[in-house]
Design a protein around this ligand. Structure first.
Ligand code: NAD
Ligand code: UDP
Length: 339
């Protein structure tokens, strides 16, 4: 089976391509390399023994995308491509709506023309906003988003849901990721953020490797077990497997399928610092700073629906997430550029 993977050179996409190749699914990658390095291709090939087909191009380029669809017998699309920095989305809203919303519309239109009616979309737990309680089930209200990035994810969910209302023979799968972290256990592939990392785990990893002086912990006065923010961190390999489970279970079934991809367990910022310190063997310097605007106290997933309907469950714990991140970061202190 051939599956078009938009954004397949990025963090989650590259790990998913590895797992697809291991499972006998052929990824066809489209990526504009805005936030990825071409070196990723060689890493995928080294791990799997297979070189995925890669098209360097932008999903908003309709003629280009049409040509990719007409060159292959594509069964489904996994749609990772997009911009993802929450803070940047506040200062560049038009770029975020153009890339994330318009890009998804162009993709859906090309799929329609090519008669490809199965899409798995990278959504986010951010669509739930600040939940009234935890764990969060898929039926919790969505849309109370606090920034353009979150709104762009919510808008694409709405567009694809409306498409399903109009054309009920589509299979549309919305996967709401919680907090993806970790790296391939080989230490050859991982997250390679450009500039100062916005997210906790890559920041901690760069402190551990000496690229940053110390971690700023954004608030220790939340009503959580130690006062710091609690999130549902999920290993990127579990997340990758979740996409394959979704393709296999519902990718060829008409319907609007919505799943949380998380572990069902919450960890605080201090829990993550402790887990990472154990993995790298040194204690990590940090300071307590004011809360970050827009942050919520806690959030973790209800995972029963994905377990029941996809037969998928995350299996890797925060110790493995930290150990694999450390292996990647210490082997590649400057990410893919150090090759
Ligand atoms: P990433 O930036 O590593 O990967 C995205 C890839 O898409 C990059 O390789 C980039 O070059 C490419 N891209 C961007 N715009 C493009 C365009 N117009 N045309 C072609 N390629 C384009 O991000 P990631 O962490 O792998 O995230 C993948 C998806 O998952 C994104 O849609 C993101 O919003 C979503 N998501 C990520 C997280 C997270 O914490 N990483 C959480 C929830 C949802
Ligand atoms: N966080 C932090 N310092 C950082 C980055 C993040 O204390 O440098 C905290 C943040 O306040 C939140 C948690 O770590 O409680 C996860 O933040 P991240 O940005 O990784 O994910 P998100 O906020 O999108 O869930």
């Amino acid at each position: 089976m051939k599956v078009l993977v938009t954004g397949g050179m990025g963090y989650i996409g590259s790990h998913t391509c590895v797992q697809m190749l291991e499972a006998g699914i052929e990824p066809i990658i489209v990526d504009n390399l805005f936030n990825a390095k071409e070196a990723v291709l060689g890493r995928i090939e080294a791990l799997t023994g297979k070189a995925p087909l890669f098209y360097h191009g932008d999903i908003r380029d309709e003629a280009f995308l049409d040509s990719v669809f007409s060159a292959h017998d594509i069964a489904a699309v996994i749609h990772f491509a997009g911009l993802k920095a929450v803070g940047e989305s506040v200062s560049k809203p038009l770029e975020y709506y153009d890339n994330n919303v318009n890009g998804s519309l162009v993709l859906a239109r090309c799929m329609e023309k090519a008669g490809v009616k199965s899409i798995v979309f990278s959504s986010s737990a951010t669509v739930y906003g600040d939940p009234a309680s935890v764990p969060i089930t898929e039926s919790f209200p969505t849309g109370a988003t606090t920034n353009p990035y979150g709104r762009s994810k919510y808008m694409v969910e709405q567009c694809l849901s409306d498409l399903f209302v109009a054309q009920s023979d589509w299979s549309i799968t919305l996967l709401r990721y919680f907090n993806p972290v970790g790296a391939h256990p080989s230490g050859t592939m991982g997250e390679d953020p450009q500039g100062i990392p916005n997210n906790l785990m890559p920041f901690i990893a760069q402190v551990a490797v000496g690229r940053r002086e110390k971690l700023s912990i954004f608030g220790d006065d939340y009503s959580t077990h130690d006062g710091t923010g609690v999130r549902d961190y999920i290993h990127v390999m579990d997340l990758a497997d979740g996409h394959i489970a979704a393709l296999n279970a519902v990718g060829s079934k008409a319907g609007l399928h919505i799943y949380n991809l998380g572990t069902g367990t919450g960890s605080s910022v201090l829990d993550m610092v402790e887990a990472f310190s154990a993995a790298c063997g040194t204690s990590l310097p940090y300071e307590i700073c004011p809360r970050r605007a827009g942050d919520i106290a806690q959030c973790w997933a209800a995972t029963e629906k994905a377990e029941r309907e996809l037969g998928w469950k995350a299996t890797r714990n925060v110790a493995e997430m930290s150990a694999d991140t450390w292996k990647w970061q210490s082997n590649n202190p400057n990410g893919y550029t150090s090759v």
